[in-house]
Design a protein. Structure first.
Length: 318
């Protein structure tokens, strides 16, 4: 009798386990069905184009004819026979070198100013963040061109004070600076991330430092910067990646001129693909850009162990 009862209990337990697995399987199936539109879109519109681009980078392809396999010829030509590649890469590095630190500096400065308990602060935050909502758009680039043109608004304001304006866009010495200034002006998203990081710093640390007689600059160096370093590192990575892909401002405002002074890498890639229809060559340029950005990201991650502080570890990353 006892054995029969035990067998019945085990059978019931087995049936429950089977029903539970079936229910779990149904739940998983329902989940896959719900995300299937995204999965299909990702496969068709992202993963497949990436794979196709990688294949085309080893071909001679001009849209009008079928791709012809040429192996690594595109890559060899880029590194050995393409002076424009070197020029555009140099301009892009210069753009990144100045625009990223400037954006980090001003976004942190404004975030600290907005991290105050003052009346109307939400309105100020929204107003400062607004340019980022429309930043990178054709309309903003066109506005910037009208502002910094030879007869633009900036020179008109300078004329009121008797100052002779310059061709900010048409002058090779200042044209890249106008693009850097535009990129720096669009610091809203970076500022919001810094502001969120500042909110996470315990106020007790500042209070304890103030009791010990630490001045504001000392509190900033010893508390704010170390505690904010993970956020700063995050913004640095995003800034480098985004700046290497800058395109709209150069395309709309300067067309890469004058004298190729603003001929950034993405603009060169675009013209190879859609002006000269060298799709295979442009694909190779795209993969080289990916390799450069990936390498810089790896270097930044390796260097972060020396300056990025995580509170849980009590010091720099290891």
């Amino acid at each position: 009798m006892v054995a029969e009862t035990k067998t019945t209990a085990e059978a019931e337990k087995t049936r429950r386990a089977v029903r539970k697995r079936a229910k779990t399987g149904d739940t998983h199936l329902a989940g896959y069905i719900f995300i299937s539109p995204w999965l299909i879109g990702f496969l068709l519109l992202t993963l497949w184009p990436i794979a196709q681009s990688f294949y085309l980078s080893f071909t001679d392809y001009s849209l009008l004819e079928d791709p012809v396999w040429v192996g690594t010829e595109n890559y060899v030509n880029i590194f050995t026979n393409d002076s424009t590649f070197t020029k555009s890469l140099g301009v892009t590095f210069l753009f990144v070198l100045f625009s990223v630190p400037l954006k980090l500096f001003f976004s942190l400065l404004v975030a600290m100013a907005l991290n105050q308990k003052l009346k109307g602060m939400n309105l100020y935050r929204t107003a400062i963040y607004f340019p980022s909502l429309i930043g990178g758009s054709i309309a903003v680039a066109a506005l910037w061109r009208n502002m910094f043109g030879l007869d633009g608004y900036i020179n008109q304001v300078l004329a009121w004070f008797g100052i002779q304006g310059v061709g900010w866009i048409s002058n090779p010495d200042t044209s890249l600076g106008t693009l850097i200034l535009l990129n720096t002006w669009q610091f809203g998203s970076t500022m919001v991330i810094f502001l969120a990081g500042l909110k996470q710093i315990p106020q007790e640390l500042y209070e304890s430092a103030a009791v010990d007689g630490a001045a504001k600059i000392r509190r900033f160096i010893s508390i704010t910067l170390p505690m904010l370093s993970p956020v700063m590192f995050f913004n640095l990575i995003l800034g480098v990646i985004g700046s290497f892909q800058t395109f709209t401002s150069a395309f709309i405002i300067t067309k890469g001129g004058p004298v190729n002074s603003t001929y950034v890498y993405a603009l060169y890639l675009y013209e190879k693909a859609f002006k000269h229809y060298q799709m295979g060559y442009a694909s190779a340029l795209a993969w080289i850009l990916l390799a450069i950005v990936a390498l810089l990201t790896i270097v930044n991650f390796a260097a972060s162990r020396y300056w990025v502080f995580y509170e849980s570890e009590g010091g720099g990353t290891k």
